[in-house]
Design a protein around this ligand. Structure first.
Ligand code: GTP
Ligand code: MG
Length: 424
């Protein structure tokens, strides 16, 4: 058996004209063409699969790895629809290196890509979604970290806080290609598409975007509704023919349709279009522009579609400043209230007792000198003792207020650290 080919046939001897090859032979020819394209020895490409929940990202990843390995289907990426951010079971990023999905040692010598299956993006094109995408595309989200942690961090510390946090991470899996996955059946996540296009194209580093529509088995390609959806998908992501694929993935529905389970049978008919498409995706002729730009260096630049105009941006910035000032004011007010309460408590609990003790001290001193009443200078002494007591109480209350404000600030600033450490 030839590596990745599935059967022992001399691939280059196979006639190339359509119709003259059966599916197994055609698949083998595609495998060989793919291997010629990816070459040996280079760095493997990191390909991110982005799309709305349940649109077939994991199924597509598994189908690609099945087509590459030639050993039959396996569930490397867990398939199943877990819903959006709110109800999803996991939002982890999962990466699959060639050593994990290729069994033959001979294939390891080729530059097969690393696939990055990403869950958890909602159909939104707001600033937060774009920043989360940038974090993923710059390889700053560690595999063990949930996307929801980044969302929480942004809620507590704002987008700048999010950038600051992730700019400290290492660049683990910087993305070289993006494959946007949507279902040919149903509606398109147009906002997420817009966010991906903006994030991939704006700023210095430009990443090539590809698009796949899954569920081919469930649509009629001649149907007007489908044609409309395909046009919208390709237009939305700016996809020419070579960067677009409509396919069926390895799934239960296809097994039922052909009457053969993927657990026992290979489906070369599914592999062929996937291999052809992946040859385009992994073509090193299409490169990332300004690839060496890092997450810290890049700052999003305005795009024509989603970025607000200059006036709006100023409004957003002044709104953020206003909120920050309000937060600080609240902290100081809280500190002031605490100081007043502390003062009242000190007055109530010690004042009478202190006066009684001072007076009794003075009375014994007056009696010793044979006086029955306090002299003026004694009263002054009494007053000065009272005022020093007054001053110390004031200092104690102010210190108390300062500690409350400082604690408030520290918790506000570092609460996410606790969340990250799962002290929720
Ligand atoms: N009929 C058909 N069903 C498919 C196809 N691709 C995926 N599915 C089904 O769609 C459902 C969701 O697929 P997943 O691959 O888990 O989708 P996902 O995008 O990874 O979902 P999340 O991880 O929740 O974001 C599964 O039940 C798949 O069997 C396809 O081409 N045709
Ligand atoms: Mg998935």
């Amino acid at each position: 058996m030839s590596p990745g080919g599935g059967d022992d046939i001399n691939l280059m001897d196979i006639p190339r004209k359509d119709g003259e090859m059966n599916e197994v032979e055609e698949r083998q020819r595609e495998v060989r063409l793919f291997q010629e394209r990816i070459r040996k020895g280079d760095e493997p490409l990191n390909i991110a699969f982005i799309g709305a929940a349940g649109n077939g990202k994991s199924s597509l990843c598994n189908s690609i790895m099945t087509a590459f390995s030639g050993e039959g289907w396996r569930e490397w990426a867990t398939v199943g629809h877990f819903g959006g951010l709110g109800g999803q079971v996991t939002h982890h990023l999962l990466s699959f290196l060639k050593v994990e999905y290729l069994e033959s040692d001979e294939l390891h010598g080729y530059n097969y890509p690393t696939l990055v299956d990403m869950n958890g993006f909602e159909n939104s094109s707001d600033e937060l979604t774009e920043e989360l995408l940038r974090i993923v595309f710059y390889g700053r989200l560690p595999e063990e970290e949930k996307l929801i942690d980044a969302v929480k961090l942004a809620k507590n510390r704002g987008i700048e806080g999010l950038r600051e946090h992730y700019s400290q991470n290492h660049e683990d899996l910087k993305i070289d290609r993006i494959i946007f996955v949507a279902s040919a059946k149903g509606s398109l996540p147009t906002h997420l598409m817009e966010a991906v296009r903006n994030t991939a194209h704006k700023g210095d580093r430009v990443i090539p975007v590809f698009g796949v529509l899954t569920h081919r088995d469930e649509v009629d390609t001649g149907d007007v509704e489908y044609m409309k959806l395909e046009t919208e998908f390709r237009h939305g992501l700016g996809l020419p023919e070579n960067r677009f694929l409509l396919c069926t993935t390895y799934c239960d529905a296809y097994d039922k349709c052909v009457g053969k389970s993927r657990l026992d049978h290979k489906h070369p008919g599914l592999d062929i279009p996937i291999l052809k498409f992946m040859r385009q995706v992994c073509d090193t002729a299409s490169r990332v522009i300004k690839d060496r730009t890092t997450y810290n260096e890049e700052r999003p630049t305005p795009s024509s579609t989603t970025n607000p105009p200059a006036d709006d941006r100023q409004t957003t910035e002044s709104e953020a400043r206003r909120r920050e000032n309000l937060k600080l004011m609240k902290m100081f007010l809280k500190g002031a209230v605490v100081a007043v309460i502390a003062w009242i408590i000190l007055q109530m609990s010690y004042d009478g007792k202190d006066f009684a003790s001072i007076c009794s001290q003075h009375r014994s001193r007056y009696e010793f000198h044979g006086h029955s009443h306090c002299k003026i200078d004694d009263l002054e002494m009494l007053c000065s003792e009272k005022s020093s007591l007054f001053m110390w109480r004031g200092i104690v209350c102010l210190l108390f207020a300062a500690v409350v404000i400082a604690l408030d600030y520290v918790f506000d600033r570092y609460i996410n650290l606790f969340e990250m450490l799962h002290f929720e």
